[in-house]
Design a protein around this ligand. Sequence first.
Ligand code: SF4
Length: 344
Amino acid sequence: MSDNIHDHIIEVRDLKKYFPVKRDLLSSLMGVPQQWVRAVDDVSFTIRRGEVFGLAGESGSGKTTVGRLVLRLLEPSEGQIIFDDADLSTYSPEALRQLRSRMQVIFQDPFASLNPRMRIGEGIGHGYKIHIPSSASERRKAVEEIMEHVGLTPAAQLYNKFPHQLSGGQRQRAVIARALVTRPELIVADEPIAMADVSVRALLLDLMIRLKQEFNLTYLFITHDLATAKYICDRIGIMYLGKMAEIGDLHDVYKSPAHPYTEALLAAVPVPDPTDRREKHLPTGEIPNPINPPSGCRFHPRCPIAQQVCQEIEPELRPVEGNPDHLASCHLRTGDYQHLAPSA
Ligand code: SF4
């Protein structure tokens, strides 16, 4: 399916986020040049309305920073984020405040996300109080309704509990309810089940899928876990060291990964088959320093098929086998240097 621009709820264009490295006083006085951590370095992608778009990669890939930039919790260094056809950089503070009710977030750690001194019902209704003019009784009704939707029942009793009185799964449901209570269009879910007990992870994912349908939601789903992404995502972007390595429909990327980094990540996903004794490991070597990333392709120091050109020229995202919806940034798998690919 090709992109129709009007299907996009989010368009990210040439996005960069560089964080300054802290210098000590002596370095400043001696004029040592400022260094920057290139957390996100020229990333572009779109999210279609109604889909689950996954962003995956190892820790340090920049995926969480992208999520925070989309939510405008961070200011980009360069680039644009278009939400519903409007550039977020043109929003006034008041327009951004109103936008918060249309974009919500689910963070990884529900304990850290919920105010320990606030009763669960009040915590869930906090955003509603800010964004939607309402009486206390209207707010309570809306909160109890959303609590029922996410399985926090009986809502009337749980409303007055404090976070520490709930189970881990219930706390994560409360965080989901808080995100939904203002009826947003987009939810950025950053490792939303990573801290949940293994026994409730599938239940939480099923809940998120059901809520997406009931509330016409779009998700930006950030995860380090490709097995989880496979369960819920429609399309996926694989990030490496601040760059997009590969992007496409989940089926295409998982069935025919084009980038050697994606191949390695997929090979490391455990399969529920005791007869499968393949060695599962991530690419060898450390992730390079994002302050001074490698020349050419950033993956070349870890890539098993790297050639000379990989150290010299940075690859661009290009279609894989002519498929405009499946892109990879690899000289040897797309573009002009495919003839250099070592034979299998
Ligand atoms: Fe590996 Fe070269 Fe492709 Fe980078 S461009 S992923 S180093 S083969």
